[in-house]
Design a binder for this molecule. Structure first.
Ligand code: PEP
Ligand code: MG
Length: 648
């Protein structure tokens, strides 16, 4: 028996998407792993039971398994639970999904008569498209004993047809990988063994299949609705949409579809299932207003990913919404106007024009190579975690890559990637951005980012423990293949190597010695290798205090404001209780950045910023004033940062 307890770090816990990914991972092993949390247990292969466990971020969970691959299974699942963005990792593909340009979700506000929950920002006005699918109108019937087996078979056929139709919806053009993951979650619900057993059992007891499905679906949906976690409560909508799809298939009926939505129309509905939305041409949707739903509904997640303004949970009479001809909505404030008068319509139209202007003004910055008014050129680069994100970064106008987090290549798999595979990845990246630089960071695992294939012992303070370069220097079998791969990629592009978690100049010297060994090994193997700049992350207070000494040994600094803030303030970046202290704009953190920048200036090396704060319009002037020449951020923030620089 293998047993392991971990603290769950998955953001927002095992809600639908992470749960689906977790189940997918569990199913790739032969043994059955049990997960226990909050005094209850479930099989890790059962999505619905797992979601009902209500495993939240920071909960302690215990994994237990027996069997041939139990150790591997427990290790991989434990790694998953300790990975904050595990829900975004596609375990079926080699690459991490592109960061969707998701506008920041506005915080839900109290609803009033003309306001609902702001679910996806943006203003819209357009003809209403009433989406109120007809009731199911099930006629319950008691089955005779001879009818039971055929009715169970009929249910299986309807279930298979429903799953097939979900899978078909998943392949529609225009869907993002996140949308597909939402549909995967629905398939998982439809194929859930408990759900199937409940339906089979009810039919066995003489219920007709539509009634049996309806009853089983209602009872599972009610279990979700009883949970306190809003993410999990919103999953009741998934159960309802799956139930409805199976019943419609049993009744031989087709549902009303959003496929015929006219361009620019605003959908008004009681509730829209993610699956229904997936059937629409998403680019044609002007806006969405629903009587039910909240900011965590799948429809809200999809609307944000596609930039569709949406207001959910709008408290209005169904008949009034159904008969609306024109709808105006503001997805940031939650305001909705049904059949607005001329003055209200003009107010919304004005807001739409202003938003469009702001957007297109920012678009113009995509191709700009920004300079401050006094002529200082600043490079605005992208932070990437996988090759899948290259296109989005280029479209946004990235002037190279300021941080390629290589740990994602390691975290999303069950074995370590080899040297050749890594060399291919880094070469593709370097070629894609040449002649612009690509700053590739060596493995920064440990802390909140464990990896399958490297045994991390339990640490009381993993953020102060065996992470980043500390681990790499003790594991040359892991580190040297990466260094050799980076040296090989340097032949084709402008590669810069960045070392994470440096706290002592000795670490830089040790890496240089390993690089010398790697060059000799590549020569012996007949592989070409190129020249590169070597830099360090400034993310420990120690690196700040000895910045002058380190600067003498490297070509550049890159400030990791995420870690530097947590270490300077002694405030865990993952702990919401101390979030008030975890502020990069705190004078203590700014003083540390100022010190590092001065050391860089005096040594004549360049300095960039690649933590989240690099994109902050309120901090960009501070960075630039201190001599920072490169800011690296997620693709969506690039045009705005370029604009900021030109205004300094
Ligand atoms: C940082 O610490 O600011 C940083 C960019 O690294 P990561 O967020 O990957 O720890
Ligand atoms: Mg860091």
């Amino acid at each position: 028996m293998i047993e392991r307890s971990v603290v769950v770090r998955v953001h927002d816990g095992l809600h639908a998407r992470p749960a689906t990914q977790f189940v997918k991972l569990a199913k790739s092993f032969a043994c059955d792993v049990e997960i226990r949390c909050n005094g209850r247990g479930a099989s890790t292969k059962n999505a619905v039971k797992l979601m009902l466990l209500g495993v939240k971020e920071n909960d302690e969970a215990t994994l237990r398994a027996e069997g041939e691959d139990a150790a591997d299974a427990v290790a991989a699942l434990a790694t998953f639970l300790q990975t904050p963005d595990a829900g975004d990792i596609d375990l079926t593909a080699a690459a991490k999904p592109a960061a969707a340009s998701v506008p920041v979700s506005p915080a839900p506000q109290a609803t009033s008569a003309d306001r609902g929950v702001p679910a996806s920002e943006g203003t819209a006005i357009g003809p209403a498209f009433a989406f109120f699918p007809a009731g199911l109108d099930i006629q319950p019937r008691h089955l005779g004993p001879e009818e039971i087996a055929p009715e169970q078979a009929r249910y299986r056929t309807a279930l298979a047809a429903t799953v097939a139709s979900f899978r078909e919806a998943r392949t529609r053009p225009g869907l993002r990988r996140d949308d597909a993951a939402i549909i995967d979650a629905l398939v998982e619900v439809a194929e859930d063994s408990d759900f199937i057993a409940a339906v089979d059992g009810a039919i066995g007891g003489g219920r007709d299949a539509p009634s049996a499905v309806e009853e089983a679906g209602r009872s599972i949906a009610a279990s979700f609705e009883a949970l306190t976690d809003p993410y999990l409560r919103a999953r009741a909508e998934d159960i309802r949409s799956v139930t409805r799809a199976i019943i419609l298939s049993l009744l031989g009926r087709r549902d009303m579809t959003l496929a015929d939505l006219p361009k620019g129309a605003v959908i008004v509905a009681d509730e829209i299932a993610a699956l229904d939305l997936a059937k629409a041409t998403l680019a044609d949707i002007g806006g969405i207003v629903c009587r039910k739903g909240a900011a965590t509904s799948h429809v809200a997640i999809m609307a944000r990913a596609h930039g569709i303004p949406a207001v959910l949970g709008f408290p209005v009479d169904e008949a009034r919404l159904k008969s609306a001809r024109t709808i105006a909505l503001d997805g940031s404030s939650g305001e909705v106007a049904i059949d607005p008068d001329a003055e209200t319509a003009a107010r919304f139209t004005g807001a739409i024009a202003r938003e469009a202007q702001e957007r297109s003004a920012l678009q113009a910055y995509r191709t700009v190579e920004p300079q401050t008014r006094d002529g200082r050129r600043i490079e605005i680069a992208a932070n990437l975690g996988s090759l899948a994100e290259i296109e989005a970064a280029q479209t946004a106008g990235a002037m190279g890559v300021g941080l390629f987090r290589t740990e994602f290549l390691f975290m999303e798999r069950r074995t370590l990637p080899g040297e050749d595979e890594q060399a291919d990845t880094y070469t593709t990246l370097a070629k894609a951005f040449a002649p612009h630089p690509v700053v590739i960071r060596t493995l920064d695992i440990g802390g909140d980012k464990p990896v399958a294939g490297i045994d991390f012992e339990h640490e009381d303070n993993p953020f102060l423990g065996w992470r980043g370069v500390r681990m790499c220097l003790e594991r040359p079998d892991v580190f040297k293949p990466q260094l050799r791969a980076l040296l090989r990629a340097s032949v084709v592009g402008n590669v810069k190597i960045l070392l994470p978690m440096i706290a002592d100049v000795g670490e830089v010297r040790a890496v240089r010695a390993l690089l010398d060994e790697c060059r000799a090994e590549l020569d012996a193997a007949g592989h070409a290798h190129g020249a590169f700049e070597l830099g360090v992350m400034i993310e420990t207070p120690a690196a700040v205090f000895v910045a002058a000494e380190i600067a003498a040994e490297v070509d550049f600094f890159s400030v990791g404001t995420n870690d530097l803030t947590q270490y300077v303030m002694a405030a865990d970046r993952l702990n919401p209780r101390v979030a008030k202290l975890n502020r990069t704009e705190h004078p203590a953190v700014l003083a540390a950045i100022g010190m590092a920048a001065r050391a860089a200036r005096e040594a004549g090396i360049w300095i960039g910023v690649c933590g989240e704060a690099a994109a902050r319009p309120d901090l960009i002037p501070f960075f630039v004033e201190n001599g920072v020449t490169e800011l690296s951020m997620s693709a969506a923030s690039i045009p705005r940062a370029k604009k900021c620089v030109t205004e300094i």
